[in-house]
Write a protein that binds this ligand. Structure first.
Ligand SMILES: NC(=O)c1ccc[n+]([C@@H]2O[C@H](COP(=O)([O-])OP(=O)(O)OC[C@H]3O[C@@H](n4cnc5c(N)ncnc54)[C@H](O)[C@@H]3O)[C@@H](O)[C@H]2O)c1
Length: 129
């Protein structure tokens, strides 16, 4: 995953002198790849990790960042500059919508949803805001 592409997209909104703080939601196979990309980037750093599996706290401990069990906890406690959503497909829409509604930019793993018509409706609604 190209973290530099995310930083490019956010360039207008974020103070470039600081590293972009990115949270990872779902630290399985793909989340771990994103973690590797963030730790290798000069423009980004890990903000926090969200995962329902409490064993995943090991990654947060390793990078000395907060660990949350739900995306709502993250939004309520400590907003990141951006999030990467790498949870199973059935949670993509719920997670993405909650972050976008909180005005947090999202990089979402494919597919955008497991229900394309619902996804279209929701994302179009957001576009009009
Ligand atoms: N594996 C691949 O090669 C690949 C490639 C491209 C895209 N993707 C997409 O990436 C996404 C993740 O795939 P993966 O292979 O990493 O899956 P995975 O099962 O390895 O990881 C999913 C992680 O999400 C966590 N999780 C589950 N429900 C959660 C919830 N409600 N809130 C927070 N965390 C939760 C799990 O504990 C796990 O750590 C999928 O949507 C998949 O389609 C996967």
């Amino acid at each position: 995953m190209d973290i530099d592409r995310i930083t490019l997209n956010l360039r207008l909104n974020i103070n470039l002198k600081k590293k972009l703080k990115i949270a990872i939601v779902g630290i399985g196979l793909m989340g771990s790849q994103h973690l590797r990309a963030i730790s290798a980037s000069k423009k980004a750093k890990l903000h926090s990790i969200v995962d329902v599996n409490k064993k995943s706290i090991i990654h947060a401990k390793r990078f000395k960042v907060p660990f949350y069990k739900t995306s709502d906890e993250l939004i309520k406690n400590n907003k990141p500059d951006a999030v990467i959503v790498a949870t199973p497909n059935q949670f993509h829409e719920k997670h993405t919508m909650s972050f976008l509604n909180a005005k947090i930019p999202v990089l979402l793993e494919k597919p955008i949803s497991d229900d394309i018509s619902k996804a279209k409706k929701n994302y179009l609604k957001l576009k009009k805001k």
